[in-house]
Design a binder for this molecule. Structure first.
Ligand code: ATP
Ligand code: MG
Length: 356
């Protein structure tokens, strides 16, 4: 196949880890005879320095005419004092919104060789392999009315409204069921249907969607119980589908179960062009030292192959190369342990490349 990939490395460690993922995608292209065409553009603080805005028009135009976007990270201390609309982080919201990405997929998986690198107990985390599917463009973050209003007595009132339509729930439900089909065929829908009407509708629509996926199990769980079960017995979960706010919270909770933030990829999908990025930020404290872990970004490239291009065999090849490299004892500093070999960012990328 032929695909155009927009490469937005951004700031901080983004500039070091994105080239490693590009290297891996190039190798996959050669090995499996796909033509991947890479075009780079500026985003975040780097774009502010060059043209004064975090998300330049040409970057957005490039993203829109590409088949997928690979993103590093944005932000850093240099741009922290800027007003809200000019902050590097605005670029992330801007690009997700402009591309119409309503589904955020975050796998949280414990690699067998990293179980002991976690601060949590082996009994709890061994074998965790969860995919959190979060609705990204609706719910309480966007529902109207919203705002802060002055009351006659001089006090103020802050308002947000949780709103979901059947169509918004249906489409995120489908993403979850499709994803579950490629996995262990179990969807757990998270809601607060005992209290919230929007959740009552959420639950009803999920039951409707499941009828088109008779091979996939559907379970329902209240969000408070989900938060508890994630730390008590996380292995019970395969795909968790959540509204915007519950997904925001639970995806961070699930991520932290697995140890290093440097290992975790993400995909934002739902429209023509998907966006693939590590869950971590620009990590200014370690930027420029060739010590950042590139695995989250390389795994994000793997998600791109699977979710944007339906190249499952190729995505699996990346996954296997990561596992093999960890098996061989290669570790970046953030995941080092006894009897391991600590390497830098580029060396980790090279080792994964060899294991492809
Ligand atoms: P943001 O606000 O941009 O979401 P943050 O400032 O909360 O992010 P990160 O930039 O993700 O956090 O960094 C959090 C910590 O994790 C830092 O100590 C950083 O060095 C570490 N970290 C992040 N990414 C990596 C990586 N790829 N490899 C190793 N360590 C990392
Ligand atoms: Mg940061």
């Amino acid at each position: 196949m032929k695909a155009k990939i927009a490469v937005l490395a951004g700031d901080g460690v983004g500039r070091e880890i994105v080239p490693e993922a590009v290297k891996v995608l190039q190798a996959i292209g050669e090995k499996y005879q796909h033509t991947f065409e890479f075009t780079s553009a500026d985003i975040g603080g780097q774009a502010i320095d060059k043209v004064g805005v975090p998300l330049p028009q040409e970057t957005l135009a490039l993203a829109k005419q590409s088949d997928a976007v690979l993103l590093g990270a944005v932000g850093g201390p240099k741009w922290e004092g800027l007003e809200y609309s000019l902050r590097p982080e605005r670029a992330l919201l801007g690009i997700r919104e402009a591309l119409g990405l309503y589904a955020n997929l975050r796998p949280a998986k414990v690699y067998p060789n990293l179980v002991d690198a976690s601060t949590l107990k082996r009994e709890v985390i061994e074998g965790i392999d969860i995919l959190v599917v979060r609705e990204l463009t609706g719910g309480i973050y966007f529902g109207k009315p919203k705002g802060i209003e002055k009351l006659p007595n001089g006090e103020e009132r802050g308002v947000n409204t949780e709103v979901y339509t059947t169509e918004e729930i249906r489409r995120i439900g489908k993403v979850a069921f499709e994803a579950a089909r490629k996995r262990r065929k179990k969807v757990t829908s998270v809601d607060k249907a005992n209290v919230l009407e929007s959740s009552e509708l959420w639950r009803r629509v999920m039951i409707e969607v499941q009828k088109s996926y008779p091979d996939v199990e559907l379970h329902h769980i209240y969000v408070d119980n989900a938060a508890m079960q994630l730390v008590r017995n996380p292995r019970q979960f395969d795909v968790m589908v959540c509204n915007n706010i519950f997904g925001d919270i639970l995806s961070d909770e699930a991520a932290m179960l697995t140890g290093s933030i440097g290992m975790l990829p993400s995909a934002s999908i739902g429209a023509k062009v998907g966006l693939f990025e590590p869950i971590h930020g620009s990590a200014p404290d370690i930027a420029g030292k060739n010590i950042a872990n590139p695995i989250a970004t390389i795994a994000s490239a793997g998600m791109m192959l699977s979710y944007a291009f339906k190249l499952e065999k190729e995505a699996e090849a990346i996954e296997q190369a990561i596992v093999k490299t960890l098996d061989m004892g290669y570790r970046t500093k953030d995941i080092q342990g006894p009897d391991t070999r600590v390497v830098g960012t580029t060396e980790m990328g090279d080792a994964i490349l060899r294991n492809l």
